[in-house]
Ligand binder design. Structure first.
Ligand code: FAD
Length: 495
């Protein structure tokens, strides 16, 4: 089959309805900057509660990450649950977690076939471990189900491998209430619903400056001015000029994904699981779409690059995890920039009276942006104060250009470390299996000799002992040294 890497740029989607540029001055209750998942959910909820809302989008609806994601909806945040408890204590962590579940419920309620035709909701997500970490898994399962009232199942290695034909994965946590949707349909569905609720959406309308000092705030675009009682900044990493200091609290991470050509029945023979799969290191995330295609996200950069470059990278990654599939033909490659905060939690709340922020959702933005939209709309219109639960997670400068370099190196190190830890876990597993065979042979030899004493195994050529993989070390300059075979691919971002 020929290889084609299409959709190389994040161009406008064919099904995106035309929305005009703002060319006249306007007075509204709420001005939302950015028509991604966060901005559109705020707009929809605020319009439903009766506010007059204008959404100003510099490019077009879903232009960035929101229109180029995998559509997996899970509870939680980018920050691991253990770290969340450590940071705010069990009680607040439980409340924050419950809010993240509400976000997932919000998406489920909105993403119906009637409201968003073709949204294709499917159930269940599996988080798999790349190392043999049964103990950790049991404690996480307990935390999730007992303390955080989340439906989860622990899957043993055999079950995981029965569903996913690879020796790369060990145990798994199955979330039966997680689900996936068509991500592009969802963002356009949100825009349609917001418009129906009365929000006005203006594309090709970048906000170049804001003055948030007075009761009526001023917003300037190249072709018009707005006045609003509230401004919601939902521009993510591209916010730029209106509040550059806010943009600088986010580390931009471009994440790329590819969709394969139809792979036929062989895909189902290798991957029986129908939901989303994500590894516990946050590196690979994939699911089957359209019955026999794989959609797979993995490569990341801290600078903007053309998604097309990453088709072969994803191709190699799939072949590494599922060698049976070989070199799969890729039909589509896409990507977007996610905003990563220093603490791993989203930025949700009021910066000063009437100036709100909803950004920094990282790699898990569907449930969290939905929750943020609802929380902010209700805070503005009902005076709710739940956003204050996010106050411990302050706006911390992400380090500018140096932060990006550091972020890149940390990402490389994390991937190298994960590859090495995975290889070590698989080596240990192999060694254990070989030890069992050796013990069984010894027992059999003793039985035949009729003695209870251990006997030396029969003489013969000694089997070659496989060597464990070398661990990841840090070089003097801080760059990671990784096991040789993986290192080439890590350097080109493919692992
Ligand atoms: C490949 C990939 C896969 C992903 N998969 C998943 C997944 O399966 N599940 C999940 O939960 N999350 C996933 N994510 C993460 C999720 O997509 C993001 O967290 C989420 O989309 C962020 O939404 P947002 O509204 O904050 O930002 P954005 O999508 O970046 O939207 C912000 C918008 O604001 C506009 N803007 C910025 N500045 C201005 C300005 N000054 N004036 C006017 N407009 C402005 C931008 O043009 C942009 O359209 C994935 C991300 C990627 C890249």
């Amino acid at each position: 089959m020929p290889e084609t890497f299409t959709s190389a740029t994040n161009g406008p989607d064919d099904d995106a309805p035309f929305r005009s540029r703002l060319s006249f001055d306007l007075d509204v209750d709420i001005c939302v900057v950015g028509a991604g998942l966060a901005g559109l959910t705020v707009a929809l909820e605020a319009a439903r509660l009766g506010a007059s809302v204008a959404v100003l989008e510099g490019r077009h609806v879903g232009w960035n990450a929101s229109g180029h994601q995998l559509g997996t909806v899970m509870p939680g945040y980018s920050l691991p649950i253990g770290d969340l408890i450590e940071r705010v204590g069990l009680e607040d962590a439980r409340e924050l977690w419950a809010m993240s579940k509400e976000g997932a419920d919000y998406v489920r309620a909105a993403a119906t076939e009637e409201a968003m035709p073709g949204i294709t909701l499917t159930e269940g997500a599996l988080e798999v471990s790349t190392v043999d970490a049964g103990e950790t898994l049991i404690s996480r399962l307990q935390t999730l189900s007992e303390d955080f009232e989340t439906e989860v199942e622990g899957w043993q290695v055999d079950r995981v491998r029965g569903e996913l034909g690879t020796a790369r994965y060990f145990h798994g946590i199955y979330y039966p209430r997680a689900f996936q949707i068509d991500g592009r349909k969802y963002i356009h569905g949100l825009a349609t619903q917001a418009r129906r609720a009365g929000a006005r959406i203006f594309e090709d309308t970048p906000v170049v400056s804001i003055d948030s000092s007075g009761i009526r705030k001023r917003i300037v675009t190249p072709s018009a001015r707005l006045r609003a009682s509230h401004i919601v900044l939902a521009g993510n990493v591209h916010l730029g000029a209106p509040l550059r200091r806010l943009s600088e609290t986010l580390l931009p991470v471009w994440r790329y994904a590819a969709v394969t050509e139809p792979l036929g029945e062989r895909l189902g023979e290798v991957i029986a699981f129908k939901g989303s799969v994500a590894d516990s290191d946050g590196i690979d995330h994939f699911r089957i779409v359209d019955g026999d295609r794989l959609m797979w996200a993995s490569p990341e950069t801290t600078w903007e690059a053309r998604p097309r470059r990453f088709g072969p990278v994803v191709q190699r990654r799939i072949a590494t995890i599922f060698p049976q599939l070989g070199k799969v033909p890729i039909s589509d490659v896409f990507g977007g920039a996610v905003g990563v905060t220093v603490h791993g939690m989203p930025q949700i709340g009021q910066l000063r009276k009437g100036l709100w922020v909803a950004s920094g959702f990282g790699r898990q933005g569907l449930n969290t942006s939905a929750m943020a939209g609802q929380v902010i709309a209700r805070s503005i219109l009902w005076g709710e104060e739940r956003w204050k639960l996010f106050s411990p997670f302050e706006l911390v400068w992400a380090g500018g250009a140096t932060g990006r370099v550091a972020g890149h190196l940390i990402g490389l190190w994390g991937r190298g470390h994960s590859a090495a830890a995975g290889a070590l876990a698989r080596y240990r597993e192999g060694a254990r299996a070989r030890e069992h065979v050796r013990e069984a042979r010894l027992a059999e030899a003793n039985r035949q000799a009729g003695t209870g004493l251990p006997r030396r195994p029969p003489a013969g050529p000694r089997p070659v002992r496989p060597q464990p993989p070398r661990p990841v070390e840090m070089q003097d300059g801080g760059a990671p040294v990784v096991p040789s075979q993986e290192s080439e691919r890590i350097r080109d971002g493919s692992v």
